[in-house]
Design a protein around this ligand. Sequence first.
Ligand SMILES: [Zn+2]
Length: 276
Amino acid sequence: MTAVSLKEILPDALEKGYAIPGFVVLGWEDAISFVEASEELNLPIIIQAGPACRQHTPIPVLGKMFRELADKAKTKIVCHLDHATSEKECETAVNEGFTSVMFDGSALNLNENINQTLSVCNLIKKHDVSVEAELGFVGYNNNSKSSLTNPDEAKIFVEQTKIDALAVSIGNVHLQKSQQNNINLDLLKEIEQKTSCPLVLHGSSGISYDSRRHLALNTSICKFNIGTELRQEFGKNLRLILEKKKNEFDRIKILTELIQPLKEAAKKIILNLQNN
Ligand SMILES: [Zn+2]
């Protein structure tokens, strides 16, 4: 199946009351684990490359890698660029095969965020790709503080940009190493009353499985970004493998063993967001 955009999976999730994980990819082993998890469950996923990943590996390499996996998968896979802050980065990613971009204008004021998001939409509209944007600011654990999404601004923002997905700040925080459950359900309800756009929760590693499931089944949140939780799984299993194989030095033999545990972790995350 050819890689798809968010437009092909999020409206169905919104309508039927389930959600899809946006798995943060850092390299080949995690990417293939997530795609195999999707195929084994016959359910769609989003694989996404964030700023840390792009700093480590060039976008053209990531684009080819994502498309190699997505185009050959039996399931719908979105190849998504996460947290791009320039039009140029979005354009390069789309030219290199990404089927979806997130333009992150959360540091800008409302008008500037609208203008720059619109420029990105116009720049890439000839390609069949989707655009996610952020309104309010989702903070980072122990670093920068969040600024919550204003529901009235959300309405204006979606009406003017016609984006495919809106990342909201409703108590979620990036890079959480434990589950906090601090989602502001009243604010979420207010946002849902103002816009019918599929919503995205960044920082979902900090939200419990039960809470994620409740939000997936009962609210407009259709995409849950998960990174830290899977990096912890990677680190934990890597230590176990190195402990078990003290004399092993071949990276392929070491890293291949990570695929199975990562795949199982990904399957658990995907299934938890399904409504059956
Ligand atoms: Zn994020």
